[in-house]
Design a protein around this ligand. Structure first.
Ligand SMILES: CC(C)(COP(=O)(O)OP(=O)(O)OC[C@H]1O[C@@H](n2cnc3c(N)ncnc32)[C@H](O)[C@@H]1OP(=O)(O)O)[C@@H](O)C(=O)NCCC(=O)NCCS
Length: 281
């Protein structure tokens, strides 16, 4: 017998019923997108009979981390559901579970479930009133152009140089960003030396990535990529342009502020826990 409080892979009618919730959170652009995601691995969309919902995805192909992209339930139910998600993650071969991004004030139910804070995130939003005129030209010999599939290997090199293994994008995800989103690269005689990723979902624009090779930094390349990407998103007609970064990443925060992105009040947290943690359900 299925318990009212037990998670199970969502059935078709449950997905249809819960779609407005997922859509509202901006996890998928279309119902077809969610259906494709589910068709690849049905266990990644879990529901309870009472309508609680969890959407799960491998965080990076090189890590044993299962990310909870979204969890819809009361705060009181989080420890029990995280316990069940640990069990599902373990069955799928994952050693760690990553929480959704939660406001710092809402982290305690995850901590009660045995998770610990991993990283504090700052959200920044574009506000044209705070944009400063850069006036700095791109260095001689550097140009910006749209990225293409042929850039994949060089983009992976930049990922390796610029991000630690938790944040580094994997080959597969970068490939799908190249196909579905907008990547602009900065190129010089040394090849691709930086890039940015901009995504439009509904009325929102997100700057998902910005990186410049360490040997090419402090020459205005990051700023040029950022300003170009913000301009593209505004041209695309989005009502909101946002970017997330780690609180400890002072370089990017300084750059974003300068380009007119204003830090939102409050902080968000990722928490992580071992999937061997005691089941609270
Ligand atoms: C953040 C990053 C993209 C900046 O690239 P960059 O090409 O060096 O940036 P710019 O030269 O355009 O810098 C523009 C301004 O940003 C600020 N800035 C950039 N790097 C800074 C640093 N290390 N410390 C303080 N301020 C910094 C400065 O105001 C700088 O202007 P200035 O050089 O005239 O003082 C680069 O450091 C990077 O790739 N870091 C690793 C990846 C990362 O953290 N990405 C962002 C999170 S997704």
């Amino acid at each position: 017998m299925v318990s009212e409080h037990g998670l199970h892979p969502a059935r078709d009618e449950e997905v249809l019923r819960l779609w407005p919730v997922v859509q509202g959170a901006g996890l998928f652009d279309t119902l077809e997108g969610l259906e494709r995601f589910r068709a690849d691995a049905p266990w990644r969309v879990q529901v309870t009979e009472s309508g609680e919902l969890a959407v799960l995805e491998r965080w990076r192909s090189h890590l044993d981390v299962l990310a909870v992209k979204g969890l819809w339930c009361s705060a009181r139910r989080i420890p029990a559901l995280v316990g069940q998600l640990n069990r599902i993650a373990r069955q799928q071969g994952f050693g760690r579970l990553l929480s959704p991004l939660v406001p710092t004030g809402a982290a305690s139910p995850y901590e009660r479930a045995g998770m610990t804070p991993y990283c504090t995130i700052v959200v920044l939003r574009y506000d044209h009133r705070s944009a400063q005129q850069s006036g700095r030209a791109l260095p001689t010999g550097v140009r910006l152009r749209l990225g293409s599939q042929g850039d994949l290997d060089e983009l992976m090199c930049i990922e390796n140089e610029c991000f630690d293994s938790f944040w580094r994008c994997d080959h597969e995800r970068l490939n799908s960003h190249l196909a579905e989103d907008r990547i602009v690269v900065a190129e010089s005689e040394y090849g691709v030396i930086g890039y940015t990723l901009a995504t439009v979902m509904g009325d929102s624009g997100t700057l998902g990535r910005l990186a410049v090779r360490p040997s090419q930094r402090r020459r205005g390349i990051g700023e040029a990529l950022l300003v170009e990407a913000v301009a593209y998103l505004l041209r695309a007609g989005v009502g909101d342009v946002s970017i997330c970064t780690q609180e400890e990443n002072l370089a990017s925060r300084a750059l974003y502020r300068r380009a007119g992105l204003r830090e939102s009040p409050g902080r968000l947290l990722f928490l992580v826990g071992s999937t061997e943690a005691e089941d609270m359900s």
